[in-house]
Design a protein around this ligand. Structure first.
Ligand code: NA7
Length: 562
Protein backbone atom coordinates (compact mmCIF):
# COMPACT_ATOMS: atom_id res chain seq x y z
CA UNK A 1 0.00 0.00 0.00
CA UNK A 2 1.40 3.40 -0.93
CA UNK A 3 1.82 6.04 1.75
CA UNK A 4 -0.84 8.67 2.05
CA UNK A 5 0.03 11.88 0.27
CA UNK A 6 -2.97 13.87 1.42
CA UNK A 7 -2.04 16.93 3.37
CA UNK A 8 -3.80 16.98 6.71
CA UNK A 9 -2.74 20.56 7.23
CA UNK A 10 -0.80 23.16 5.34
CA UNK A 11 1.16 24.09 8.48
CA UNK A 12 1.73 22.29 11.76
CA UNK A 13 3.14 24.34 14.59
CA UNK A 14 4.86 22.28 17.28
CA UNK A 15 4.45 23.99 20.64
CA UNK A 16 1.72 26.13 22.17
CA UNK A 17 3.89 28.46 24.21
CA UNK A 18 4.60 32.14 23.65
CA UNK A 19 5.89 31.52 20.09
CA UNK A 20 3.26 28.97 19.06
CA UNK A 21 0.38 31.16 20.22
CA UNK A 22 1.57 34.13 18.19
CA UNK A 23 2.38 31.94 15.20
CA UNK A 24 -1.11 30.45 15.07
CA UNK A 25 -2.63 33.89 15.46
CA UNK A 26 -0.89 35.05 12.27
CA UNK A 27 -1.74 31.87 10.35
CA UNK A 28 -5.38 32.07 11.48
CA UNK A 29 -5.55 35.71 10.32
CA UNK A 30 -4.31 34.55 6.90
CA UNK A 31 -6.92 31.83 6.74
CA UNK A 32 -4.29 29.10 6.47
CA UNK A 33 -5.20 25.55 7.44
CA UNK A 34 -2.91 25.19 10.45
CA UNK A 35 -2.76 23.25 13.67
CA UNK A 36 -0.77 23.57 16.89
CA UNK A 37 0.32 20.41 18.69
CA UNK A 38 1.69 20.44 22.20
CA UNK A 39 2.90 17.58 24.38
CA UNK A 40 1.59 19.28 27.54
CA UNK A 41 -1.95 19.18 28.81
CA UNK A 42 -2.66 22.81 27.94
CA UNK A 43 -1.14 25.93 26.38
CA UNK A 44 1.54 28.13 27.89
CA UNK A 45 4.86 26.33 27.34
CA UNK A 46 7.33 27.63 29.90
CA UNK A 47 4.51 29.16 31.92
CA UNK A 48 2.47 25.96 31.85
CA UNK A 49 5.40 24.05 33.39
CA UNK A 50 7.59 25.89 35.89
CA UNK A 51 4.95 26.26 38.60
CA UNK A 52 7.53 26.34 41.33
CA UNK A 53 7.18 28.98 44.06
CA UNK A 54 8.92 32.17 43.04
CA UNK A 55 8.72 31.59 39.27
CA UNK A 56 8.37 34.97 37.60
CA UNK A 57 9.63 37.17 34.77
CA UNK A 58 13.01 38.83 34.93
CA UNK A 59 11.79 40.93 32.01
CA UNK A 60 9.60 43.94 32.79
CA UNK A 61 6.10 42.47 32.37
CA UNK A 62 4.99 45.16 29.93
CA UNK A 63 7.98 44.48 27.68
CA UNK A 64 7.30 40.74 27.80
CA UNK A 65 3.69 40.91 26.63
CA UNK A 66 2.83 40.65 22.93
CA UNK A 67 2.98 43.89 21.00
CA UNK A 68 0.81 42.90 18.02
CA UNK A 69 -2.59 44.06 19.24
CA UNK A 70 -3.37 47.55 20.48
CA UNK A 71 -6.60 46.27 21.94
CA UNK A 72 -4.78 43.63 23.93
CA UNK A 73 -2.25 46.18 25.16
CA UNK A 74 -5.08 48.45 26.26
CA UNK A 75 -7.00 45.70 28.03
CA UNK A 76 -4.33 43.87 29.97
CA UNK A 77 -3.22 45.18 33.33
CA UNK A 78 0.14 43.83 34.48
CA UNK A 79 -0.11 43.78 38.25
CA UNK A 80 3.60 43.57 38.99
CA UNK A 81 6.67 44.94 37.31
CA UNK A 82 7.96 41.36 37.13
CA UNK A 83 4.90 39.23 36.92
CA UNK A 84 4.62 35.77 38.47
CA UNK A 85 3.92 32.44 36.77
CA UNK A 86 0.19 32.15 37.59
CA UNK A 87 -0.45 35.61 36.16
CA UNK A 88 1.71 34.91 33.09
CA UNK A 89 -0.22 31.74 32.36
CA UNK A 90 -3.50 33.66 32.80
CA UNK A 91 -2.23 36.20 30.29
CA UNK A 92 -1.42 33.58 27.65
CA UNK A 93 -4.82 31.96 28.16
CA UNK A 94 -6.46 35.36 27.87
CA UNK A 95 -4.69 35.97 24.56
CA UNK A 96 -5.65 32.55 23.19
CA UNK A 97 -9.29 33.02 24.20
CA UNK A 98 -9.52 36.61 23.05
CA UNK A 99 -8.38 35.68 19.54
CA UNK A 100 -10.22 32.34 19.56
CA UNK A 101 -7.03 30.36 19.03
CA UNK A 102 -7.78 27.30 21.13
CA UNK A 103 -9.73 25.70 18.33
CA UNK A 104 -6.47 25.26 16.40
CA UNK A 105 -4.66 23.62 19.32
CA UNK A 106 -4.35 20.01 20.39
CA UNK A 107 -2.78 18.98 23.66
CA UNK A 108 -1.22 15.77 24.95
CA UNK A 109 0.20 15.45 21.43
CA UNK A 110 3.85 14.61 21.76
CA UNK A 111 5.45 14.67 18.33
CA UNK A 112 7.85 11.71 18.15
CA UNK A 113 8.91 11.66 14.53
CA UNK A 114 9.08 14.24 11.78
CA UNK A 115 10.17 12.85 8.43
CA UNK A 116 10.43 14.79 5.20
CA UNK A 117 8.84 13.12 2.18
CA UNK A 118 10.92 14.28 -0.76
CA UNK A 119 8.60 12.94 -3.42
CA UNK A 120 5.65 14.88 -2.17
CA UNK A 121 7.35 17.86 -0.51
CA UNK A 122 5.63 17.28 2.77
CA UNK A 123 6.39 16.39 6.36
CA UNK A 124 5.10 13.21 7.98
CA UNK A 125 4.54 13.40 11.71
CA UNK A 126 3.95 10.65 14.21
CA UNK A 127 2.40 11.50 17.53
CA UNK A 128 3.10 9.44 20.67
CA UNK A 129 -0.38 7.90 20.55
CA UNK A 130 0.39 6.43 17.11
CA UNK A 131 -1.55 9.02 15.14
CA UNK A 132 0.02 10.13 11.86
CA UNK A 133 -0.28 13.52 10.19
CA UNK A 134 1.08 15.23 7.11
CA UNK A 135 1.72 18.88 6.41
CA UNK A 136 3.65 21.03 3.96
CA UNK A 137 5.41 23.15 6.57
CA UNK A 138 6.50 22.45 10.11
CA UNK A 139 7.07 25.37 12.44
CA UNK A 140 9.07 24.46 15.51
CA UNK A 141 7.89 26.64 18.37
CA UNK A 142 9.38 24.22 20.88
CA UNK A 143 10.92 26.66 23.33
CA UNK A 144 14.47 27.31 24.37
CA UNK A 145 14.31 25.80 27.83
CA UNK A 146 11.62 23.16 27.58
CA UNK A 147 13.53 19.93 28.20
CA UNK A 148 14.29 19.69 31.91
CA UNK A 149 17.43 17.80 32.84
CA UNK A 150 17.31 16.16 36.24
CA UNK A 151 20.65 15.00 37.59
CA UNK A 152 21.80 11.43 37.16
CA UNK A 153 22.34 10.44 40.79
CA UNK A 154 22.08 6.83 41.80
CA UNK A 155 18.96 5.91 43.73
CA UNK A 156 16.71 8.77 42.59
CA UNK A 157 13.69 6.48 42.24
CA UNK A 158 14.28 5.06 45.70
CA UNK A 159 13.39 8.23 47.56
CA UNK A 160 10.21 7.76 49.58
CA UNK A 161 9.39 11.45 50.00
CA UNK A 162 8.34 13.80 47.21
CA UNK A 163 10.87 14.82 44.59
CA UNK A 164 10.57 16.65 41.28
CA UNK A 165 12.41 18.82 38.81
CA UNK A 166 11.22 22.43 39.09
CA UNK A 167 9.70 22.27 35.59
CA UNK A 168 7.40 19.51 36.86
CA UNK A 169 6.46 21.18 40.12
CA UNK A 170 3.04 19.64 40.87
CA UNK A 171 -0.08 21.55 39.86
CA UNK A 172 -1.70 20.94 43.25
CA UNK A 173 -0.10 22.93 46.08
CA UNK A 174 2.80 21.13 47.77
CA UNK A 175 2.60 21.21 51.55
CA UNK A 176 5.87 22.78 52.67
CA UNK A 177 5.14 23.97 56.14
CA UNK A 178 7.31 22.20 58.69
CA UNK A 179 8.92 20.04 56.00
CA UNK A 180 12.61 19.27 55.52
CA UNK A 181 13.36 20.41 52.00
CA UNK A 182 16.45 20.05 49.78
CA UNK A 183 17.07 22.24 46.75
CA UNK A 184 19.79 21.05 44.37
CA UNK A 185 20.97 23.74 41.95
CA UNK A 186 21.53 27.47 42.27
CA UNK A 187 20.82 28.83 38.79
CA UNK A 188 18.06 31.33 37.99
CA UNK A 189 15.44 28.78 39.03
CA UNK A 190 17.07 27.58 42.25
CA UNK A 191 17.65 31.17 43.34
CA UNK A 192 13.95 32.02 42.82
CA UNK A 193 12.72 28.92 44.68
CA UNK A 194 15.13 29.20 47.59
CA UNK A 195 14.28 32.84 48.28
CA UNK A 196 10.56 32.14 48.08
CA UNK A 197 10.36 29.05 50.31
CA UNK A 198 13.04 29.82 52.90
CA UNK A 199 10.53 31.22 55.40
CA UNK A 200 7.77 28.74 54.55
CA UNK A 201 9.48 25.40 55.13
CA UNK A 202 10.64 23.75 58.31
CA UNK A 203 14.21 23.35 57.22
CA UNK A 204 15.90 24.12 53.89
CA UNK A 205 19.22 22.71 52.72
CA UNK A 206 20.71 24.12 49.53
CA UNK A 207 23.16 21.94 47.61
CA UNK A 208 25.33 24.26 45.58
CA UNK A 209 27.93 23.08 43.08
CA UNK A 210 28.83 26.51 41.71
CA UNK A 211 27.42 29.82 42.89
CA UNK A 212 25.94 32.25 40.37
CA UNK A 213 26.27 36.01 40.29
CA UNK A 214 22.89 37.37 41.21
CA UNK A 215 21.46 40.80 42.01
CA UNK A 216 18.17 42.24 43.31
CA UNK A 217 15.16 42.14 41.01
CA UNK A 218 13.62 45.18 42.75
CA UNK A 219 10.10 44.11 41.92
CA UNK A 220 7.00 46.10 42.81
CA UNK A 221 3.30 46.44 42.05
CA UNK A 222 1.97 48.37 39.07
CA UNK A 223 -0.95 50.59 40.04
CA UNK A 224 -3.88 51.53 37.76
CA UNK A 225 -2.32 54.94 37.23
CA UNK A 226 1.09 53.49 36.35
CA UNK A 227 -0.51 51.02 33.99
CA UNK A 228 -2.37 53.85 32.27
CA UNK A 229 0.93 55.63 31.84
CA UNK A 230 2.58 52.47 30.46
CA UNK A 231 -0.29 52.05 27.99
CA UNK A 232 0.19 55.59 26.76
CA UNK A 233 3.89 54.88 26.21
CA UNK A 234 3.67 51.44 24.59
CA UNK A 235 4.84 52.70 21.19
CA UNK A 236 7.90 54.30 22.72
CA UNK A 237 8.57 51.28 24.94
CA UNK A 238 8.57 48.84 22.04
CA UNK A 239 10.62 51.26 19.96
CA UNK A 240 13.26 51.30 22.67
CA UNK A 241 13.17 47.51 22.94
CA UNK A 242 13.71 47.38 19.19
CA UNK A 243 16.91 49.41 19.30
CA UNK A 244 18.60 47.86 22.35
CA UNK A 245 20.82 44.79 22.05
CA UNK A 246 18.75 42.72 24.48
CA UNK A 247 15.28 43.80 23.40
CA UNK A 248 14.66 45.47 26.76
CA UNK A 249 14.21 49.06 27.80
CA UNK A 250 17.69 48.82 29.27
CA UNK A 251 20.26 50.62 27.15
CA UNK A 252 23.98 50.14 27.81
CA UNK A 253 25.95 53.01 29.31
CA UNK A 254 27.69 54.50 26.28
CA UNK A 255 30.59 55.95 28.26
CA UNK A 256 33.85 54.06 28.06
CA UNK A 257 34.59 52.11 31.25
CA UNK A 258 38.08 53.59 31.44
CA UNK A 259 37.02 57.05 30.38
CA UNK A 260 35.20 57.69 33.63
CA UNK A 261 36.67 57.79 37.11
CA UNK A 262 36.33 54.95 39.63
CA UNK A 263 33.97 57.21 41.61
CA UNK A 264 31.72 57.60 38.58
CA UNK A 265 31.72 53.86 38.01
CA UNK A 266 30.76 53.24 41.62
CA UNK A 267 28.00 55.84 41.43
CA UNK A 268 26.54 54.07 38.41
CA UNK A 269 26.77 50.67 40.06
CA UNK A 270 25.14 51.86 43.28
CA UNK A 271 22.27 53.17 41.20
CA UNK A 272 21.98 50.01 39.10
CA UNK A 273 22.04 47.70 42.12
CA UNK A 274 18.84 49.40 43.31
CA UNK A 275 17.26 49.52 39.85
CA UNK A 276 14.67 47.03 38.62
CA UNK A 277 15.42 43.95 36.56
CA UNK A 278 18.36 43.44 34.28
CA UNK A 279 19.49 47.09 34.56
CA UNK A 280 22.54 45.94 36.49
CA UNK A 281 23.50 43.70 33.58
CA UNK A 282 22.32 45.64 30.56
CA UNK A 283 22.62 49.31 31.59
CA UNK A 284 26.18 48.71 32.61
CA UNK A 285 29.37 49.56 30.73
CA UNK A 286 29.71 47.46 27.60
CA UNK A 287 33.23 46.40 28.63
CA UNK A 288 31.67 44.22 31.34
CA UNK A 289 30.94 41.69 28.60
CA UNK A 290 34.26 41.80 26.80
CA UNK A 291 37.10 43.05 29.01
CA UNK A 292 38.48 40.79 31.76
CA UNK A 293 39.78 43.67 33.88
CA UNK A 294 36.58 45.70 33.67
CA UNK A 295 34.54 42.61 34.40
CA UNK A 296 36.73 41.72 37.41
CA UNK A 297 36.34 45.21 38.89
CA UNK A 298 32.58 45.08 38.59
CA UNK A 299 32.42 41.50 39.87
CA UNK A 300 34.32 42.58 42.96
CA UNK A 301 31.78 45.36 43.46
CA UNK A 302 28.93 42.82 43.41
CA UNK A 303 30.90 40.47 45.70
CA UNK A 304 31.15 43.30 48.20
CA UNK A 305 27.37 43.82 48.05
CA UNK A 306 26.88 40.11 48.76
CA UNK A 307 29.26 40.30 51.74
CA UNK A 308 27.19 43.17 53.13
CA UNK A 309 24.02 41.11 52.95
CA UNK A 310 25.16 37.76 54.32
CA UNK A 311 25.95 37.76 58.04
CA UNK A 312 28.26 34.73 58.15
CA UNK A 313 31.44 35.70 56.24
CA UNK A 314 32.25 32.06 55.45
CA UNK A 315 28.80 31.56 53.85
CA UNK A 316 29.12 34.86 51.98
CA UNK A 317 32.41 33.71 50.44
CA UNK A 318 30.76 30.47 49.35
CA UNK A 319 28.02 32.44 47.57
CA UNK A 320 30.52 34.45 45.53
CA UNK A 321 31.47 32.86 42.20
CA UNK A 322 35.20 32.37 41.55
CA UNK A 323 35.18 30.58 38.21
CA UNK A 324 33.46 33.28 36.16
CA UNK A 325 32.77 36.99 36.27
CA UNK A 326 29.46 38.79 36.58
CA UNK A 327 27.18 38.63 33.57
CA UNK A 328 29.03 36.09 31.47
CA UNK A 329 26.34 33.57 32.36
CA UNK A 330 22.64 34.36 32.46
CA UNK A 331 22.22 36.57 35.55
CA UNK A 332 19.57 35.27 37.95
CA UNK A 333 17.56 38.05 39.56
CA UNK A 334 16.65 37.65 43.23
CA UNK A 335 14.44 38.93 45.99
CA UNK A 336 16.01 38.49 49.45
CA UNK A 337 17.98 35.47 48.20
CA UNK A 338 21.15 36.27 50.08
CA UNK A 339 19.22 37.13 53.24
CA UNK A 340 17.74 33.62 53.17
CA UNK A 341 21.14 32.35 54.31
CA UNK A 342 20.88 34.51 57.44
CA UNK A 343 18.00 32.34 58.66
CA UNK A 344 18.63 29.56 61.16
CA UNK A 345 16.56 27.08 59.14
CA UNK A 346 18.57 27.53 55.92
CA UNK A 347 21.82 25.64 55.34
CA UNK A 348 24.28 25.76 52.46
CA UNK A 349 26.19 22.65 51.42
CA UNK A 350 29.08 23.12 49.01
CA UNK A 351 28.91 20.01 46.87
CA UNK A 352 32.01 20.99 44.96
CA UNK A 353 33.74 20.00 48.23
CA UNK A 354 31.45 17.17 49.34
CA UNK A 355 29.67 15.83 46.23
CA UNK A 356 26.33 14.04 46.36
CA UNK A 357 26.99 10.29 46.13
CA UNK A 358 23.44 9.02 45.96
CA UNK A 359 19.81 9.62 46.74
CA UNK A 360 18.60 7.38 49.53
CA UNK A 361 15.12 6.28 50.61
CA UNK A 362 15.04 9.03 53.20
CA UNK A 363 17.17 11.79 51.67
CA UNK A 364 20.63 11.87 50.20
CA UNK A 365 24.22 11.08 51.00
CA UNK A 366 27.19 13.28 50.26
CA UNK A 367 30.80 12.21 50.64
CA UNK A 368 30.56 13.75 54.10
CA UNK A 369 27.24 12.61 55.60
CA UNK A 370 23.64 11.49 55.30
CA UNK A 371 20.74 13.98 55.11
CA UNK A 372 17.05 13.28 55.76
CA UNK A 373 14.39 15.09 53.70
CA UNK A 374 10.64 15.12 53.04
CA UNK A 375 11.00 16.92 49.70
CA UNK A 376 13.86 17.06 47.19
CA UNK A 377 13.70 19.77 44.52
CA UNK A 378 15.91 19.39 41.46
CA UNK A 379 16.57 22.90 40.14
CA UNK A 380 19.13 21.51 37.74
CA UNK A 381 18.25 23.28 34.51
CA UNK A 382 17.48 22.36 30.93
CA UNK A 383 18.94 20.83 27.80
CA UNK A 384 18.94 24.31 26.37
CA UNK A 385 17.94 25.42 22.90
CA UNK A 386 18.67 22.25 20.91
CA UNK A 387 17.27 19.81 23.51
CA UNK A 388 13.70 19.91 22.23
CA UNK A 389 14.91 19.24 18.67
CA UNK A 390 17.12 16.36 19.78
CA UNK A 391 14.19 14.64 21.49
CA UNK A 392 12.26 14.30 18.20
CA UNK A 393 13.36 11.94 15.43
CA UNK A 394 13.69 14.64 12.76
CA UNK A 395 14.78 13.34 9.38
CA UNK A 396 15.28 15.59 6.39
CA UNK A 397 16.29 14.84 2.83
CA UNK A 398 17.92 11.44 2.35
CA UNK A 399 16.86 10.40 5.85
CA UNK A 400 19.53 12.64 7.44
CA UNK A 401 18.89 13.06 11.15
CA UNK A 402 18.95 16.55 12.58
CA UNK A 403 20.29 15.36 15.91
CA UNK A 404 23.31 13.81 14.14
CA UNK A 405 23.92 16.97 12.14
CA UNK A 406 23.83 19.00 15.32
CA UNK A 407 25.79 16.57 17.43
CA UNK A 408 28.71 18.99 17.85
CA UNK A 409 26.44 22.03 17.87
CA UNK A 410 23.80 23.49 15.60
CA UNK A 411 24.36 24.98 12.20
CA UNK A 412 21.53 27.07 10.73
CA UNK A 413 20.64 29.82 8.32
CA UNK A 414 19.53 32.86 10.33
CA UNK A 415 18.64 30.54 13.20
CA UNK A 416 15.42 29.80 11.33
CA UNK A 417 16.17 27.27 8.57
CA UNK A 418 18.42 24.26 8.13
CA UNK A 419 20.06 22.94 4.97
CA UNK A 420 18.78 19.43 4.19
CA UNK A 421 15.52 20.04 6.08
CA UNK A 422 13.17 21.82 3.67
CA UNK A 423 10.04 23.62 4.87
CA UNK A 424 11.24 23.32 8.45
CA UNK A 425 10.98 26.70 10.18
CA UNK A 426 12.26 27.74 13.59
CA UNK A 427 11.04 31.21 14.61
CA UNK A 428 13.09 30.97 17.80
CA UNK A 429 15.67 28.38 16.86
CA UNK A 430 19.31 28.00 17.84
CA UNK A 431 21.44 30.86 16.50
CA UNK A 432 18.36 33.07 16.13
CA UNK A 433 17.92 36.36 17.92
CA UNK A 434 15.40 34.99 20.42
CA UNK A 435 17.70 33.25 22.85
CA UNK A 436 19.77 36.33 23.56
CA UNK A 437 16.82 38.72 23.58
CA UNK A 438 13.85 39.52 25.77
CA UNK A 439 12.14 36.39 24.50
CA UNK A 440 8.78 37.65 23.15
CA UNK A 441 10.46 40.53 21.37
CA UNK A 442 12.72 37.99 19.65
CA UNK A 443 9.93 35.58 18.87
CA UNK A 444 7.70 38.25 17.36
CA UNK A 445 10.58 39.03 15.01
CA UNK A 446 11.08 35.35 14.16
CA UNK A 447 7.39 34.53 13.74
CA UNK A 448 6.83 37.58 11.53
CA UNK A 449 9.78 36.64 9.35
CA UNK A 450 8.73 32.99 8.99
CA UNK A 451 5.16 34.01 8.18
CA UNK A 452 6.38 36.45 5.52
CA UNK A 453 8.49 33.70 4.01
CA UNK A 454 5.43 31.44 3.83
CA UNK A 455 3.38 34.19 2.23
CA UNK A 456 6.12 34.75 -0.33
CA UNK A 457 6.07 31.04 -1.15
CA UNK A 458 2.30 30.90 -1.42
CA UNK A 459 2.30 33.95 -3.68
CA UNK A 460 4.84 32.29 -5.99
CA UNK A 461 3.32 28.82 -5.75
CA UNK A 462 6.55 27.41 -4.30
CA UNK A 463 6.31 24.12 -2.43
CA UNK A 464 9.79 23.82 -1.07
CA UNK A 465 12.28 26.16 0.60
CA UNK A 466 15.73 25.19 1.74
CA UNK A 467 18.81 27.26 2.51
CA UNK A 468 21.99 26.59 0.55
CA UNK A 469 24.92 25.03 2.42
CA UNK A 470 26.99 28.13 1.66
CA UNK A 471 24.42 30.50 3.18
CA UNK A 472 24.18 28.29 6.24
CA UNK A 473 27.93 28.15 6.65
CA UNK A 474 28.21 31.92 6.35
CA UNK A 475 25.58 32.40 9.05
CA UNK A 476 27.10 29.89 11.40
CA UNK A 477 30.53 31.47 10.97
CA UNK A 478 29.00 34.85 11.70
CA UNK A 479 27.40 33.46 14.88
CA UNK A 480 30.72 31.95 15.97
CA UNK A 481 32.50 35.20 15.30
CA UNK A 482 30.06 37.03 17.57
CA UNK A 483 31.13 34.76 20.43
CA UNK A 484 34.81 35.51 19.93
CA UNK A 485 34.67 38.94 21.56
CA UNK A 486 32.49 37.85 24.46
CA UNK A 487 33.80 36.70 27.84
CA UNK A 488 30.76 34.39 27.98
CA UNK A 489 32.50 32.00 25.58
CA UNK A 490 34.70 30.88 28.47
CA UNK A 491 31.86 30.20 30.92
CA UNK A 492 30.25 26.84 31.53
CA UNK A 493 26.60 27.75 31.09
CA UNK A 494 23.63 26.99 28.88
CA UNK A 495 24.62 29.94 26.65
CA UNK A 496 27.57 27.83 25.54
CA UNK A 497 25.79 24.49 25.59
CA UNK A 498 27.18 23.15 28.87
CA UNK A 499 24.99 20.75 30.84
CA UNK A 500 26.50 18.14 33.15
CA UNK A 501 23.35 16.00 32.94
CA UNK A 502 23.27 15.59 29.16
CA UNK A 503 25.66 13.04 27.69
CA UNK A 504 28.08 14.78 25.36
CA UNK A 505 27.40 18.26 26.78
CA UNK A 506 29.06 17.82 30.15
CA UNK A 507 32.58 18.85 29.20
CA UNK A 508 31.78 22.40 28.32
CA UNK A 509 32.95 22.15 24.70
CA UNK A 510 31.43 25.27 23.25
CA UNK A 511 28.22 24.97 21.22
CA UNK A 512 27.29 28.12 19.31
CA UNK A 513 23.68 28.35 20.38
CA UNK A 514 22.79 32.02 20.57
CA UNK A 515 23.15 35.10 18.40
CA UNK A 516 25.26 37.63 20.26
CA UNK A 517 25.17 40.46 17.79
CA UNK A 518 22.17 42.10 19.47
CA UNK A 519 18.57 42.38 18.34
CA UNK A 520 18.92 45.37 15.95
CA UNK A 521 21.76 43.74 14.02
CA UNK A 522 19.85 40.45 13.86
CA UNK A 523 16.72 42.17 12.56
CA UNK A 524 18.76 44.04 9.92
CA UNK A 525 20.37 40.82 8.74
CA UNK A 526 17.15 38.84 8.38
CA UNK A 527 15.33 41.78 6.77
CA UNK A 528 18.12 42.13 4.22
CA UNK A 529 17.67 38.49 3.24
CA UNK A 530 13.92 38.98 2.81
CA UNK A 531 14.38 42.19 0.82
CA UNK A 532 16.74 40.42 -1.57
CA UNK A 533 14.07 37.85 -2.44
CA UNK A 534 15.32 35.50 0.23
CA UNK A 535 18.84 35.22 -1.07
CA UNK A 536 20.43 32.09 0.34
CA UNK A 537 17.20 30.07 0.08
CA UNK A 538 16.42 27.81 -2.87
CA UNK A 539 12.73 27.54 -3.75
CA UNK A 540 11.05 24.77 -5.72
CA UNK A 541 7.88 25.59 -7.66
CA UNK A 542 4.89 23.27 -7.57
CA UNK A 543 5.04 20.99 -10.57
CA UNK A 544 2.04 20.97 -12.93
CA UNK A 545 -0.43 18.16 -12.15
CA UNK A 546 0.41 16.16 -15.30
CA UNK A 547 4.02 15.78 -14.16
CA UNK A 548 3.09 14.19 -10.84
CA UNK A 549 4.30 10.70 -10.25
CA UNK A 550 1.79 8.24 -8.89
CA UNK A 551 -1.16 10.53 -9.56
CA UNK A 552 -1.86 11.15 -5.89
CA UNK A 553 0.27 14.22 -5.35
CA UNK A 554 -1.62 16.95 -3.60
CA UNK A 555 -2.21 20.36 -5.02
CA UNK A 556 -1.74 22.95 -2.39
CA UNK A 557 -3.48 25.72 -4.18
CA UNK A 558 -6.90 25.11 -2.71
CA UNK A 559 -5.39 25.30 0.76
CA UNK A 560 -3.70 28.64 0.19
CA UNK A 561 -4.98 31.73 1.89
CA UNK A 562 -6.94 33.78 -0.59
P1 NA7 B 1 20.71 26.61 35.12
O1 NA7 B 1 20.95 28.05 35.05
O2 NA7 B 1 21.32 25.74 34.09
O3 NA7 B 1 21.17 26.14 36.57
C1 NA7 B 1 21.20 24.81 36.94
C2 NA7 B 1 21.77 24.69 38.32
O4 NA7 B 1 21.75 23.33 38.73
C3 NA7 B 1 23.24 25.12 38.39
O5 NA7 B 1 23.45 25.70 39.64
C4 NA7 B 1 23.99 23.81 38.26
O6 NA7 B 1 25.27 23.81 38.81
C5 NA7 B 1 23.08 22.91 39.07
N1 NA7 B 1 23.21 21.51 38.68
C6 NA7 B 1 22.91 20.96 37.49
N2 NA7 B 1 23.15 19.65 37.52
C7 NA7 B 1 23.61 19.36 38.75
C8 NA7 B 1 24.04 18.18 39.36
N3 NA7 B 1 24.02 17.02 38.70
N4 NA7 B 1 24.46 18.23 40.64
C9 NA7 B 1 24.46 19.41 41.30
N5 NA7 B 1 24.07 20.58 40.77
C10 NA7 B 1 23.64 20.55 39.50
O7 NA7 B 1 19.16 26.27 35.10
P2 NA7 B 1 17.96 27.10 35.74
O8 NA7 B 1 16.75 26.26 35.64
O9 NA7 B 1 18.33 27.64 37.06
O10 NA7 B 1 17.80 28.31 34.78
C11 NA7 B 1 17.54 28.10 33.40
C12 NA7 B 1 16.99 29.31 32.78
O11 NA7 B 1 15.60 29.39 33.07
C13 NA7 B 1 17.50 30.59 33.24
O12 NA7 B 1 18.67 30.98 32.66
C14 NA7 B 1 16.37 31.53 32.89
O13 NA7 B 1 16.49 31.96 31.55
C15 NA7 B 1 15.17 30.72 33.05
P3 NA7 B 1 26.55 24.15 37.87
O14 NA7 B 1 26.50 25.63 37.67
O15 NA7 B 1 26.35 23.39 36.58
O16 NA7 B 1 27.72 23.70 38.62
Amino acid sequence: MSERTVLDHEVIVVGAGVAGIYQIKLLADLGVDARVLDAAGDLGGTWYGNRYPGARFDSESYTYGYSFSRELLNEWHWKERFSSQPENLRYLNYVADKFDLRKYMEFDCKVETLHFDETNDLWRLKIANGRQLTCRFVIMAVGLLSIPTPPRFQGMDRFKGRSFHTFYWPHAPVEMSGKRVAVIGTGATGIQVIAEIADKVGDLTVFQRRPNWSAPLNNGPISEAEMADIRSRYDAIFKTCGRTPGGFEHEPDRRGFYEVSREERLALWDKLYDSPGFAIWLRNFREIFTDEKANAEFSEYVAERIRRRVKDPAIAEKLIPRDHGFGVQRVPMETHYFEAYNRDNVHLVDISQTPIEEITETGLRTTERDYQFDVIVYATGFDAITGAFDRIDIQGRGGAKLRDKWNDGPSTFLGMLVHGFPNFLMPSGPQSGSASTNYPRGIETGVNWCTNLLQYMWAHNYVRAEPTPEAQERWTDHVKQMYSAMLMRKAKSWFTGYNSNVPGHEHGKIRYLVYNGGAPKYVNKINEVAEENYQGIVFTPASPPDQHQGGEKVSLVEKMPS
